[in-house]
Unconditional design. Structure first.
Lengths: 335, 312
């Protein structure tokens, strides 16, 4: 995955330095994710661990899937954030404020708490369904809300309502389920092994060609509704398609990992900042790479900051994302 | 108005499903028999908690909307309410005060509310107060992240924390009320006394300055009152969403000021809790918490907010 991202980032280069830096950063963070922790594995010993040793098991059964899903999930969330922001032309349109990730979380929690007869392999599908419902609720409610601020507030309202339902569902849960559900709801990569990873990766693979298909539509939508329509584009259909792909990405991540908060805001913002004059075509791989970088870094922090207690990944990304949002708003206000 | 409150109180007490005889028996002023004692010790405090919390949130929202000149300003979007919840949960987790202490909860909620308001203020310092809501949303998300971090240390406490996170008026007894009611009543009285100040601030800073009021000072006073009221409400019932947003709108429609906002808020929350109790009977037994009032207000409030956002 890392190599793929590097390749895409390298083709996107205008100045050759920054893509290399992003690739190096990703590689370094992924390596740190494999090596650090208890037991510590020195980089040169990664491939030579004895097959039956604890090190080998920890490395290949716990850390490798975790790093893989962190990479794929972070990239997916970063891409989804960019798709949402570009198609709604609003830099603050993030999954958290549009009811999409809360919807996915609600669907999965309902399946778990009420023990619905859904096979575990379909949890990504349940997450997807919830994400679509949450996003649809927001879009349907916002249909006539013209201003960007109006859409955001409606999204916040829908999110809050879904959150309340979610907490109400949680109140019916067993005491034993709390621990697991809590971990899930704050977004966490802990306990993800090959089983879950193998389930989630096909969804990401399916999403990649769809994202590529979105690129021309995004270029048109950027021009504004009227200009895009005058160029012969069916604006609403195009926007709906892009939003559907974003929903697919978010649902696929939320299924196994829970809502990883605010990466969808942070990655596109950073991408625009690093490449202010590039177009959507270049921002896409950049937000994917930066989303993966942010997620992996936050996961490292979550694992190591207060070891042996593991802090939730979502809390770290929320802190980083909110600060970035505040900075963004200040700059917009200043300029 | 007295009739409205009487009907509401009767509906609220009846919705708890306790025998009618026990409720009417209280009217003679003497608590005798076990059934009457239960109503007196649990039902009546719950009703009063709902009324007080609703009034406090309604007034806090009214003050915020007037001073920030934004119809969407509300305690839950300004970082104050999430901050207060963070304060309470932090205090509980660190063992700073026992779980049933009213004064401790209030102090912690105050400290947290001031912190949350301060963060929002830092984000938006020097900006147009009308744009504060977006910053408030960001600040609220930040505080929610911090709350999550805190809970992650002891996920087993999460079940107890749910009460504060959703907002519930259940389980408060006379001791809690004895303390918080004075605080909230005082806050509402101060806000009422400040009605003139609010009226001067609402049209704009220039307008206020030309009438001889220093806008920054006036705003600081009004915001302090709002934070104090929100913290009082949070120390009783946790994060009740949307009452502070919607009640002021209704109050303004009715053409009233601070007292109207207080009455609307109180009626709204007590009504929501009545519905929550009824829903609790429908879901009989599956819910350990009962249905928290916060769920009802969040669902109803979201509908109202969507209407508001559409008209934006």
């Amino acid at each position: 995955m890392s190599a793929v991202l590097d390749g895409r980032a390298a083709t996107a280069a205008r100045r050759p330095v920054a893509p290399w830096a992003a690739g190096l950063g990703l590689a370094a963070v992924a390596l740190a994710g494999l090596c650090l922790g208890t037991p510590f594995v020195a980089p040169q010993d990664l491939l030579s661990a004895a097959p039956d040793s604890i090190t080998h098991v920890v490395l290949w059964e716990l850390r490798v899937p975790r790093v893989l899903i962190g990479l794929a999930g972070g990239a997916a969330i970063g891409t989804a954030g960019l798709l949402l922001q570009e198609s709604l032309r609003n830099p603050l349109a993030v999954p958290e404020l549009l009811g999409v990730s809360t919807g996915a979380a609600l669907a999965v929690s309902v399946c778990v708490v009420w023990a619905l007869p859904v096979p575990a392999s379909l949890y990504p599908l349940a997450g997807l369904l919830g994400a679509a419902l949450g996003g649809l609720a927001t879009l349907a409610a916002a249909r006539t809300g013209r201003s960007a601020g109006g859409v955001l507030l409606i999204g916040a309202a829908v999110s809050t309502a879904i959150q309340a339902l979610l907490l109400a569902v949680m109140a019916t849960a067993d005491r034993l389920q709390y621990d697991m559900l809590f971990r899930y709801l704050v977004g966490s990569l802990s306990g993800l092994m090959w089983e879950q990873t193998a389930r989630a990766l096909p969804w990401f693979a399916a999403a990649v060609p769809l994202v590529v298909l979105c690129v021309p539509a995004l270029g048109l939508l950027r021009l504004g509704d009227d200009a895009a329509a005058s160029l012969g584009s069916r604006v609403h259909l195009a926007r709906l398609g892009v939003l559907a792909v974003a929903t697919l990405l978010i649902g696929a991540v939320t299924g196994p990992c829970g809502p990883i908060a605010w990466v969808g805001l942070l990655a596109p913002v950073l991408a625009r900042r690093l490449r202010p004059y590039a177009g959507v075509r270049l921002w896409l791989p950049w937000s994917a790479a930066l989303g993966a970088l942010v997620t992996l870094t936050a996961d490292l922090a979550a694992r190591l900051a207060f070891a042996p207690v593991e802090t939730p990944l979502g809390a770290w990304t929320a802190l980083a994302g909110v600060l970035a949002g505040a900075v963004l708003l200040r700059r917009r206000a200043a300029s | 108005m007295a009739g409205l409150f009487a009907v509401l109180a009767a509906a609220h007490l009846l919705a708890s499903g306790r025998p009618v005889g026990a409720i009417t028996g209280l009217l003679d002023g003497v608590v005798d028999g076990q059934a009457e004692k239960i109503v007196w010790e649990l039902g009546v405090p719950r009703l009063l908690t709902a009324l007080l919390t609703g009034a406090a949130l309604g007034v806090a929202g009214f003050v915020l909307q007037a001073t920030l000149r934004n119809p969407l300003a509300a305690p839950e979007f300004s970082g104050v309410n999430p901050g207060a919840v963070l304060g309470i949960l932090g205090g509980l987790a660190l063992g700073l005060f026992p779980a049933d202490s009213a004064a401790g909860a209030l102090l912690a909620a105050l400290a947290g509310g001031a912190l949350g308001g301060g963060i929002t203020w830092l984000f938006s310092a020097g900006r147009d107060p009308a744009g504060l809501v977006v910053h408030g949303l960001l600040g609220s998300a930040l505080l929610a992240g911090l709350t999550t971090m805190l809970l992650a240390y002891q996920p087993s406490r999460f079940g107890n924390a749910l009460r504060w996170l959703i907002g519930s008026v259940e389980g408060r007894v006379w001791e809690h009320l004895a303390f918080a009611s004075w605080w909230i009543a005082g806050g509402i009285a101060v806000a009422w006394a400040c009605s003139g100040l609010l009226a001067v601030l609402a049209p704009g800073d220039d307008h206020a300055a030309s009438l001889g009021l220093r806008p920054a000072l006036g705003r600081a006073v009004a915001l302090t009152v709002a934070i104090a009221l929100t913290a009082g409400a949070a120390s009783l019932a946790g994060a009740i969403a949307f009452v502070g947003l919607v009640a002021p709108h209704v109050a303004r429609r009715l053409g009233g000021g601070v007292p109207a906002a207080a009455v609307t808020g109180a009626v709204a929350l007590a009504g929501a809790d009545t519905l929550a109790q009824l829903a609790g009977h429908l879901l009989n037994g599956t819910h350990r918490l009962g249905v928290p009032a916060g769920v009802v207000t969040a669902l109803a409030g979201a509908a109202v907010l969507i209407r508001l956002g559409r008209s934006q």
